[in-house]
Design a protein. Structure first.
Length: 261
């Protein structure tokens, strides 16, 4: 009996070492996409929430055909799980919410997935355009309470690995896998409509003369159509696919000032 057990353990060890049924390091030799977005402020709560979310996602491996769910990977954003209050968008307004800021990792991941030419399963844009977006239409909001999730599928024939981290005041996402061709993916954003925001000024005699204090930043309204463009190694367009249209509400800014000379 002991001999049989030893033989089984040896065979099992050889199976594991051979990598049968598991992703190998060699499967992640190629960078399918890499992108980062800037941290626009140093709010402790928001940075804390971003770090937690990145750690939850970092190292995730998806087999061919497997789906990724942001809410499933990150989990419910609660105080017990280490999340703090930070600014967040809700119905065209800025509120304080536990877990505020986790949409930056989800948005950066969405943009990386587009560039890696992965299949998007479920994505919803923010009610307003986030200030960290360096390309309009490349965001993905999430909300555990109302079930808004960001999901994508590994539609390649090889495993992929997701790396997420915060470094040098930027949220980084890198998707590793196996390249099977020399094609590249570009994302085009076309502005269909712009609704410029206004600044509403309120007098505050307590401020020093000539000084201002921003109570609420302004957000322009937009309608954006994004396209996923695949090009061959010579730059020739192979395909041009429209992604979901993004509609962002306008929010006027509020600034205090002392007009005294």
């Amino acid at each position: 009996m002991r001999k049989a057990i030893l033989v089984f353990l040896c065979v099992f060890a050889m199976f594991v070492m051979s990598g049968a049924g598991v992703a190998q390091v060699a499967d992640f030799n190629d960078v399918l996409s890499q992108i980062s977005t800037p941290l626009m402020n140093n709010l402790e709560g928001r940075t804390n929430n971003i770090v937690i979310a990145c750690k939850k996602i970092n190292g995730t491996i998806l087999k061919p055909g497997e789906q990724f769910s942001f809410n499933k990977a990150v989990g419910n954003r609660t105080a017990k799980r280490g999340y703090k209050k930070a600014p967040a968008f809700m119905n065209g307004q800025i509120i304080q919410s536990i877990g505020g800021g986790v949409c930056q990792p989800s948005s950066t991941l969405y943009h990386a997935c587009l560039l890696a030419n992965l299949e998007i399963v479920s994505r919803t844009n923010h009610s307003m355009s986030p200030d960290y977006l360096e390309q309009l239409g490349c965001d993905a909001t999430v909300d555990w309470g109302v079930g808004i999730d960001y999901k994508f599928k590994n539609n390649t024939k090889h495993p992929i690995k997701i790396l997420t981290w915060l470094e040098n005041k930027r949220v980084h996402v890198k998707i590793m896998g196996t390249k099977t061709n020399s094609n590249t993916t570009e994302i085009e954003s076309k502005v269909l409509y712009t609704n410029p925001a206004k600044i509403i000024y309120k007098d505050n005699p307590k401020l020093k003369p000539g000084k201002t204090n921003v109570i609420r930043p302004a957000f322009n309204g937009y309608v954006i159509q994004t396209y996923r463009v695949i090009k061959d190694e010579n730059g020739k367009v192979i395909s041009r696919k429209s992604e979901e249209k993004s509609e962002y509400k306008r929010l006027d800014g509020i600034t205090e000032r002392n007009k005294q000379e």
